[in-house]
Write a protein that binds this ligand. Structure first.
Ligand SMILES: *Cc1c(COP(=O)(O)O)cnc(C)c1O
Length: 375
């Protein structure tokens, strides 16, 4: 009810100038917390894309000046020799897997990592890599656990472990930031054991905003890094794979093998660079609103609202007897879109198109729906 009433007074842009979802006018106000992929493209990025689209494109896969600038700027920010613009972060991850592991190798990762869950079919099917799943603490591998896993004696027929995989922030743990110092300790354990270290930094921008540490400090001596550009930052599309010069040269060939030698993409790179440059104020706002959302949900739902968020994700447990899919459908009826993450968990992601008003409405609607007797 509150949602529908509020809907009549909506404007077609949010407080920060982002366009509202075109369907919102039709169905009353809809707050879309499903994913930060729904952030929309920030105005500065849209303008940069238009300007770049008016220029002559370049033919080669690394000739475009916008793409080169994006790759150079972010490689410098993150402390790597080189970077490669790729369509998705899954692809960046999978190229790294292919380069660091041979089919039949094993890698160590936290049990609920993106690479071991959503990407499992690619990890096994394309790269042929087995994941040795370790229990993480809020999604993060403790240095001692990695050390122990790498030191464990291996039976002759067991796959050799050639890679350690970290994820920061950790999506399934609710966007949790890795404890400071763990990454570096793990990197030195990897060097000692002669295995490589990859950081899935799809959400590393959120860790940067939450900690105030530089991307380079957060990349913690990893051999390679993947970064999403289209989630929190609101780039039109794309991710980056970062590493040494030779690694990126080989990554170009793997990218082509996987059918992802996309070009010319200067206009996408120009939008992405503008999104990178405008990230600071954006993400602080997202994190503040996620904390606000959590405070409101905690008041209404108690411990079901989970832990206070480090970044922009709030995970809510559904009441006993209420499946997450059922809860998500009921919330959608009331104008609130969230993602059922597993049987009893709902994911709320705060992004640029979520304003203070949407947070207030989300708390109200969620309290009403989740406190209703399950039907
Ligand atoms: C979203 C995400 C990915 C995959 O990104 P896509 O661009 O959707 O392929 C990988 N890792 C983490 C941690 C993510 O959150």
């Amino acid at each position: 009810m509150l949602v529908r009433d509020a809907g009549r007074n909506e404007h077609d842009v949010t407080a920060r100038g982002h366009p509202r979802h075109p369907d919102e006018a039709k169905r009353g106000a809809v707050a879309d917390f499903r994913s930060d992929l729904m952030a929309g493209i920030p105005p500065a990025a849209r303008e940069a894309m238009l300007r770049a689209a008016a220029q002559d494109p370049e033919m080669g896969s690394r000739d475009d000046p916008h793409q080169s600038r994006l790759e150079r700027v972010v490689a410098d920010l993150a402390g790597f020799e080189d970077a490669l613009f790729v369509p998705t972060c899954t692809l960046a991850n999978q190229i790294a897997l292919r380069l660091w592991c041979r089919p039949g190798d094993a890698m160590v990762a936290a049990a609920d990592s993106h690479v071991a869950g959503q990407e499992a079919s690619s990890t096994a099917g394309l790269a042929g890599v087995t994941v040795r799943r370790l229990a993480g603490r809020r999604g993060h591998l403790a240095p001692e656990a990695v050390q122990a896993a790498l030191a464990a004696p291996r039976r002759a027929e067991e796959q050799p472990t050639t890679l350690v995989w970290l994820e920061n922030t950790h999506m399934r743990a609710g966007g949790s930031v890795a404890p400071e110092g763990w990454g570096r300790a793990i990197a030195s354990a990897c060097r000692e054991a002669g295995v490589r270290l990859h950081l899935d930094g799809s959400r590393l921008w959120n860790a940067e905003a939450a900690t105030g540490l530089s991307l380079a400090a957060l990349a913690t001596d990893a051999d390679s890094l993947s970064l999403s550009l289209n989630k929190a930052l609101g780039a039109p599309a794309g991710s980056l794979l970062l590493g040494g010069r030779a690694f990126i040269r080989e990554a170009l060939a793997v990218r082509a093998t996987l059918g992802a030698n996309w070009r010319p993409v200067g206009f996408l790179a120009a939008g992405a660079l503008a999104a990178v440059n405008g990230r600071a104020d954006r993400l602080q706002d997202d994190h503040r609103r996620a904390r606000l959302l959590h405070v409101g949900l905690s008041r209404a739902l108690g411990p079901l609202a989970g832990e206070p968020p480090d970044t922009n994700i709030v995970l809510v447990t559904t009441p006993p007897g209420m499946a997450a899919t059922h809860a998500a459908a009921a919330l959608q009826e009331a104008g609130l879109l969230v993602l059922p993450l597993d049987r009893a968990t709902l994911r709320f992601v705060v992004h640029a198109r979520i304003d203070d008003d949407a947070v207030v409405r989300a708390v109200d609607v969620t309290a009403r729906v989740l406190n209703a007797t399950p039907g």
